[in-house]
Design a protein around this ligand. Structure first.
Ligand SMILES: [Zn+2]
Length: 444
């Protein structure tokens, strides 16, 4: 199944069932200072999940652009990404568990043709504070799942929220694709990481309010919030081993092969995957309506970090040319029918990438040499102090996470707290030095 078809089928399925289609919100949240990027489809909906009336009504569906960098170190395996698309449908005080479960199952088995025997689900097992979610268990049984396909798990796996200390929260039920392989051990189940189970969909049932005193009371407006990663479901539907073999990534990998002359294979797959994942994220962040550019703060810093990390990984493939622009050009071609903002921003995206490459590629080579020297100097303690880490940042533009990664590869660590102290000291100095002259330019 083509991705264009999968996106359309998902939206149409829920539209036919009374859901209004929302466009993807910007990658940069509007009124949220707690996070830098939109991390899930529910993110822009928080005020409505809390009870505010949504202009589109009580049933919503969309495909949301998301960025998460919390597990950037895991990118390179088959399924972690910094940028991804999330398919979501919501009930704001309208339908609840029964309809949600029925619709999800119908979409998976009748639209995507996944056999029922290949599905497993997890349900909240309950604890001292909140009862076991037997309702969800019985609903799964009613629609045809057997006991051996339903697993009870605790809060870590099957509970969502609240966002802050108090507010709406509730159990969820997660749907997994079971590839039919033998169980790896007696405890093998959906939470096992052996690869037999792939999580595809999460349906959150917001039915409680967590109160100031820590107790839970039933909510008047019960909501459903679901999320399904597009990359993951596309892989499952097409029987691919990992997300990078789908059309969402493979053409990028081929472009990198063409530009570097290096073949993608077992020994370098992590590098190819990081490059294609990060380049896709960079293109979407630069192509967003909010026009984020590489800087040393907030969203711009994350973007800079992603691009600089990519430049280094491309170098690890033995390539010293600026191929960012050509890779990005390819990505825009792949995605601009679904996300026309990328095509509209093509020149902007390519120019910013080129500029970032020009400003970093030279200092990268010198910085790596310097870092090597610094590491030698601390070979006894194997801890790079904050002062040296700050010099790599200040002189060569190495984000601290970047230096940490270099250190880790050698079995060293970095004094990050020491780095932050140096960083603050430096900020103070430039603020004093610049006062009354060009204040505005100090932030970056
Ligand atoms: Zn297992």
């Amino acid at each position: 199944m083509k991705v264009i078809e999968l996106r359309r089928k998902y939206v149409e399925f829920f539209e036919e069932r009374g859901h209004k289609v929302m466009a993807s919100a910007s990658l940069v949240p509007d009124n949220d200072v707690t996070v830098l990027f939109t991390t899930a489809g529910m993110h822009p909906l928080i005020p409505y999940l809390l009870g505010e009336r949504h202009p589109f009504g009580k049933r919503l569906v969309n495909i949301q652009k998301c960025v998460r960098t919390g597990d950037i170190d895991e990118v390179g395996d088959g399924s972690h990404h910094t940028y991804f698309e999330m398919l979501g449908n919501w009930s704001l005080g309208d339908y609840f568990k029964k309809e949600s479960i029925t619709m999800s199952l119908e979409f998976l088995t009748e639209v995507l043709n996944i056999p029922m025997k290949n599905l497993s689900v997890t349900v909240f097992e309950g604890d001292a504070e909140v009862a076991r979610d037997t309702e969800t268990y019985h609903l799964w049984k009613q629609v045809g799942l057997t006991d051996s396909q339903i697993y009870y798990y605790g809060r870590k796996e099957n509970w969502w929220g609240p966002v802050g200390l108090t507010g709406p929260c509730g159990p969820d039920t997660e749907i997994f694709y079971d590839n039919g392989n033998k169980k790896c051990c007696v405890t093998c189940g959906p939470s096992c990481s052996c690869g037999k189970y792939v999580e595809i969909w999460n349906n959150v049932f917001m039915e409680y309010n967590k109160n100031q005193d820590g107790s839970y009371s039933p909510l008047k407006q019960k909501n459903v919030d679901t999320g399904m990663g597009l990359e993951r479901i596309l892989r499952v539907v097409n029987g691919k081993e990992n997300d990078y073999e789908t059309e969402l990534f493979y053409p990028i990998i081929e472009k990198v092969e063409e530009l570097t002359g290096v073949k993608y294979g077992k020994e370098n797959e992590r590098i190819f995957r990081i490059v294609s994942d990060h380049m896709r994220a960079a293109v979407f962040i630069l192509g967003d309506e909010k026009e984020v550019v590489p800087t040393n703060s907030e969203q711009g810093y994350i973007l800079r970090r992603i691009i600089r990390r990519t430049i280094r990984y491309i170098k690890l493939l033995g390539n010293n040319e600026n191929i960012l622009v050509e890779i990005a050009d390819k990505i825009i071609d792949m995605y601009d029918n679904a996300y026309p903002e990328l095509g509209d921003h093509r020149t902007f995206i390519l120019e910013k990438l080129d500029k970032e490459y020009q400003s970093f590629s030279k200092s990268l080579v010198e910085g790596l040499k310097k870092a090597e020297k610094y590491f030698k100097g601390v070979s006894e303690t194997k801890i790079l102090n904050g002062e040296l880490a700050f010099r790599l940042f200040d002189t060569f533009g190495f984000p601290i996470e970047f230096t940490e990664e270099l250190a880790q590869e050698k079995g060293y660590s970095v004094d990050v707290i020491g780095f932050e102290l140096k960083f603050k000291e430096h900020q103070e100095k430039s603020r004093i030095g610049a006062s009354g002259r060009f204040n505005k330019n100090v932030a970056n």
